[in-house]
Design a protein around this ligand. Sequence first.
Ligand code: 3SL
Length: 248
Amino acid sequence: MNKSPNLQVCLSPDLFHLFSDRKSTVVVVDVLRATSSMCLAIENGIDEIIPVSTVEEALEYKNGKDFILAAERNGQMVKGFDFGNSPQQYQNTEELEGRTLVMTTTNGTKMINIAKEDHEVVIGSFLNITALVEWLTEKGKDVIICCSGWKGRFCLEDTLFAGALSAKLMGEGFHSDCDSVLASGRLYNASKKDLFQSLEDSSHRKRLSNLSTNDDVQLCLAHDLTTVIPVLQGNSLVADSKQSIVTK
Ligand code: 3SL
């Protein structure tokens, strides 16, 4: 019998019911840009992030002390909010220190709230990939990597990240009989020389480049800018292990 932890990749939130097993750790992935922004927000001083699914829920926190409110829909900051979903907004600012970020995004925060019902949730991005591999390997639990996609659809950038993370976890002794682990790994291998270029004609890069966010995309594809591991405790994401930044 194989005792090494099992690895699966779920390519869309709409497929999650097929993977949900009430025991695996779920890595929620929204590389462009929610989970990258979350990693940087905690790295740069935010104490906790409350991910909510709707703009209305986020507005309930308005005027609460120490809350920063962030909302994105269709790539754009929602009017009346302090922050949107640009990872650059979460860099080089002292505004974040010790504050609570209440955040809603089109897909990422929804995926978190679907997964949290029955599973331990941790946040993944290229920005914390090496620390995440160490953390998941040390825990030794089964893992489902969940791509947030776009409104229920498959998306390329989350799949590439799933492939990168899968390859590293398989190298650490995880096993898998999941074809989406194979497919995402093969896609990543074919693209890893230039992830930015390989996403050039992807739907979300096109959507974001209409909003002039190429710098965001470059930032989200950088590896290992932080060792922070955001984990969900109750309704808040907090750092499980917070160490100093690897490179800036
Ligand atoms: O869907 C999401 O959660 C966002 O990351 C989308 S965007 O990159 O802010 O457009």
